[in-house]
Design a protein around this ligand. Sequence first.
Ligand code: KG4
Ligand code: ZN
Length: 338
Amino acid sequence: MSSYRVSKLLNILGIESSCDETAASVVQDGNVLSNVVASQLIHQKYGGVVPELAARAHQVTIIPVVTAALEQAGIEKHTLHAIGFTQGPGLLGPLLVGSCFAKSLAFSLGIPLIGVHHIQAHVLGNFIEDPKPSFPFLCLTVSGGHTQILLVKDYFCMDVLGETQDDAVGEAFDKIAKLMGLGYPGGSLIDKYAKGGDPQSFSFPATNMPNFDFSFSGIKTAFSLFIQKKTPQFIEENRADICASIQALLVHMLLNKLVKAAQKTGIHAIALAGGVAVNSHLRHRLKALAEQYGWTLSMPSIDYCTDNAAMVAITAHYKYHIGKFANLSTRCSPRMVM
Ligand code: KG4
Ligand code: ZN
């Protein structure tokens, strides 16, 4: 008799492979026992993620990463109750590697499979640590592919109040970093070089969209025109000030809409999610706004903001409780909607 049948503790393996991180995590009764992430360095020399190379790298790392997650958790495969995997949105090749692996393992162990929406998982990453947000809350969800203000009514009931009409804010960070020749991934480099810079040094035109929507393509074009007129020496000497100025503007554009959404809805429970949630200026400004407006704020730790499988496993944990399982013919979906 396999021990999971006698165990009262619910063990879930989560697998994330939507982009350039191969990740696996074990969550037991909603507590994270392991969180293993293998980042693919190969994309650095191309200045962005190359989908085909990402899929190949997932194939190489997925078994070692899952093995490490089980070992670190001290969990045997046969004690797992279910496997959650990122079904979409994301890059097709990378999603296929994770989903095929998850299906095969679930099939061989005779346990259920749970498909997870990547952005829902980012949002539910707020439920990994205490204090957990209480419903309803607003979540500023900011990643390389998404920029949204969500009204989160329940674990799986999220309304989009506003979103970007073109580039995601993470994409804007990355493209601006590339224009400055900083390298990839650009968001964290802008954050790093902005430290000590004066955010008032340079001004760029912010795009004001109606309601709670965003637009970041205009600012990227304006930045491109600005940088074309500067010499490499000027960029080098003013790097901190340029980074601080553009970062402050992007963060201001995000938080300006969040404040409006909080005022309009009257909701004072606020959460942050996605890779851009790592940004130190964003976290600092959001904390200051929370104090100013009396918001209850939830911000996952850094490891649970960027792509990780703990957020996938915790989402699968909640889906398990409501019996939302996938079958073996479930397809991954690069443009999956919430
Ligand atoms: O959620 P995520 O890891 O992957 C996607 O689902 O897209 O987000 C990746 C994005 C990238 O655009 C990356 O540059 C950005 O998050 N990012 C940051 C920082 N760390 C990661 N952006 C600004 N500041 C950071 N410190
Ligand atoms: Zn993500």
